[in-house]
Design a binder for this molecule. Sequence first.
Ligand SMILES: [Zn+2]
Length: 61
Amino acid sequence: MIPPRKPFRQACNQCGWKSPIIQNSDCIIGYYECCPKCGGKLEFKDLNKFEVAIQYLKQAL
Ligand SMILES: [Zn+2]
């Protein structure tokens, strides 16, 4: 089994919208080209270990 790639969080500087991105071996979940709320530019940041664990739990449920 291929381990999942490093997850990221994307956040909008303009309206504060944010969402995690999880990259599995063959697909990316939750990726947006630009902010779905205001169309602004998104910033990408690493998730910390705790946030990553929560995202994987959510997927499993
Ligand atoms: Zn926005």
